[in-house]
Design a binder for this molecule. Structure first.
Ligand code: UDP
Length: 333
């Protein structure tokens, strides 16, 4: 609980809307800034204030910081499609790097001293050692990863120069939905495996394509560390508590369970949960995909009180599926 408010950028999007719920449920005041380019107002809990606008709009953001007594920023807004970042890199450097620079500038100018940043395992590129620790080389293999890494570097330098601390959370594969059904992944044109699989489960697709069967993994398909979005949101609330309690410290933390599942294992879970046998079509590797990405999560466990509560692949799939059904109902499909 804090007296000041938390400004959440991208709070009308998938992960941001879960963080808004976690903050509100923990007793924080929340103001969301979102341009609604991929987010939806119906995902924002009505207890939060929603300001529609660009995070680069310094007058708007500084006004919101002043009017709401903002003490911290959680920055989720950004572009997140890896293949698109390859074909349109400048979009990623604008939306992720340049926009973040403006937002950090607004925070510093407004005396907002705490900043939590949505970073990504894509900052590691193709790690040689898995599970991957925070100190592993940061060698992103696409502009998405680079655009996020550049923001991490800006935060590091700003924290050294100003009365300001930050926590960069490097997400592994985020999936699932609010177990109470209040929000979930709703953006069209899904590319993420569990979202695609539950769309297939409710009949929105007739198959799932498995990209790559020749990786150096147990069954040849790609291995990822899937973290429930509500667990991830809870980590943000704990990170905020730490930044407030220890103003001289900044942190960079992997967010994952430290356990990998292959594409086939994920699809087995979807079949199990739905009692279906969703068709799998085996195809070539997808460009830029690493074979195995699993978090070494020791640092987050040492640093935050946070503990995983929903480390259960079937449970993640169940929550994703329940939201997919609800979304179809909301949209009258
Ligand atoms: N994947 C797949 N079929 C799909 C989408 C993803 O086989 O339709 C694979 C992908 O190659 C990777 C894993 O599932 O091995 C997770 O991919 P996703 O796009 O969900 O997340 P990423 O790890 O790329 O961030």
């Amino acid at each position: 609980m804090s007296d000041g408010a938390v400004l959440v950028t991208g709070g009308a999007g998938y992960i941001g809307s879960h963080a808004v719920l976690a903050l509100l449920d923990a007793g924080h005041r929340v103001v969301v800034v979102d341009n609604l380019s991929t987010g939806f107002p119906f995902l924002v809990d009505p207890r939060a204030t929603l300001v529609q606008g660009e995070i680069e709009d310094e007058a708007l953001v500084r006004g919101a910081m002043r009017d709401h007594g903002v003490i911290a920023v959680m920055h989720f807004a950004g572009s997140i499609i890896v293949p698109e970042s390859v074909t349109d890199p400048l979009k990623y450097y604008r939306n992720n790097t340049v926009a973040s620079r403006s937002l950090i500038g607004s925070a510093v100018a407004s005396g907002v001293r705490h900043f939590i940043f949505s970073s990504t395992a894509a900052t590691y590129g193709m790690p040689e050692i898995v599970p991957v620790s925070e100190d592993s080389p940061k060698l992103p293999i696409n502009p998405y990863g680079t655009s996020k890494l550049m923001t991490e570097l800006m935060l590091r330098d700003v924290a050294a120069a100003h009365d300001f601390n930050y926590c960069a959370l490097r997400y592994f594969n985020v999936a699932g939905a609010d177990p109470q059904g209040r929000t979930g992944q709703s953006t069209a044109g899904a590319t993420h495996l569990i979202k695609i699989a539950v769309e297939a489960a409710i009949g929105k697709r007739d198959h799932v394509t498995v990209f790559g069967t020749d990786y150096d993994t147990a069954d040849g398909t790609g291995v990822r560390d899937y973290i429930h979005v509500s667990d991830l949101a809870a980590a943000h609330v704990d990170a905020l508590g730490l930044l407030i309690a220890r103003p001289g410290e900044s942190h960079t933390l992997n967010c994952g369970y430290g356990r990998g599942y292959s594409v086939n294992e994920v699809l087995d879970a979807v079949d199990r949960v739905t009692n279906l046998k969703i068709e799998r079509r085996y195809a070539e590797r997808r460009l830029g995909d690493a074979g195995e990405l699993v978090a070494d999560n020791r640092r987050i466990l040492e640093t935050l009180p946070w503990r995983p509560k929903r480390d259960d692949l079937d449970g993640i799939v169940k929550d994703a599926l329940a939201w997919e059904r609800k979304l179809a109902e909301i949209r009258g499909e």
